[in-house]
Design a protein around this ligand. Sequence first.
Ligand code: PLP
Length: 435
Amino acid sequence: MTNNKNYRFDTLKIRAGYNPKEHQYATSVPIYQTTSYELGDTKRAERIVGNEELGWIYTRISNPTVDVLEKRVASLDGATGALALSSGMAAITYTILNLTEKGGRILTSPYIYGGSFDGFKIIYPKFNVYFDLSQNITNPEKLEKEIKEDTKAIFVESISNPNGIIIDIENLAKIAHKNGIPLIVDNTFATPYLLNPFRYGADIVIYSVTKSLSGHGNIIAGLILENGKFPWNNGKFPQFEQKYYTLRDKSGIERNYLEVFPEIPFTGKIRMDYLNYFGSALGPFEAYLALIGIETLSERVEKQISNAKKIVEYLRKNTKYVEWINYPSLETSSYYELAQKYFPRGAGSVFTFGFRGNIEQSEKFIDSLKIFSYLANVGDAKSLVVNSPKVTHAELTPEEQKLAGLKPNLIRLSIGLEDADDLIEDLEQAFKNVF
Ligand SMILES: *Cc1c(COP(=O)(O)O)cnc(C)c1O
């Protein structure tokens, strides 16, 4: 099934991007565990290197198993192209570098993954890339004044880690486009099943495939998607207009990325420049595991949300143990309206609550849980718990934690596929063990 256009989500998640006829009729996507590909003869090698014939060369640049993963997720989000990398962080890094060659600024949200937050603050400035933490990310009307001359993009998470803050992507995209810059959405928590950011104007979508997308806590992987609509020739991004010798045509005339990859200039350039020369390629075995995980994406996310809603209900009633709860699908949440608009199926299965007690008591609570795994991950088939301020967001200073809305008594849950009643009983016995 190579022509994906008319099929619905659940068919695409099982079949898109793969045609068994092209792979010895194997029904399961084969793992192409190979570094290189025979070039055949010298004339064929010449055609492949000269971009005249599509052919595999070297697995750092592309691999048939990884290619199926890229095409499959691209079809789920209606993207023109996707690029897989060895982690979500690599996907973020290459996206930022691709946008800010020779330096620049990115306007970003304070409500993001701890690793992104800290990397933006500490590493990128060494490469003349500066991040402005927006004061108005939940208030797009006021955001425009924060865009500077050399701001190259706006970067947000559609549902933020860990607090479930929902960003009004549609309005952000309008403001970004009015100012000639793209909107990047890290859609890791949502997955393509809950939200397609392109539908609301996003230009680049990033996934940590490590999380819900693959869903079994067994790989590290990342993806960058684009929809081919952003006008990279608007003067702000000369790297896309520059001609390269490596992109020459048959007669040796140099070309630019917009000419060679009109539908996928952004990921095409990352593949040729950053993946090619900086590495961080995804291995075919990881791509295979991701594909198996994606086959059950809708079913997993549906059950995780239904479990999460039951647990939210339980916690909400237990004001004795629970001070507050952040779940955007709750009517009491300040993000309820945005959640209704962007997440009609539910705002995922990761949420936070405030433990009513001191830090020692909250640690005893975590240590008393018998089913929940205590670890730094989300979106696993297994239910997970973590004290984010001390683990996943430990890099943030106390002031930054405050800015990011991380209270010291915050506990993050990622609800899995176990029986909801067993999970509730596990929470209950752990609370009782503390008090
Ligand atoms: C985990 C995570 C990342 C980083 O992904 P890795 O695959 O762990 O490198 C980026 N963004 C979000 C929202 C995440 O949760």
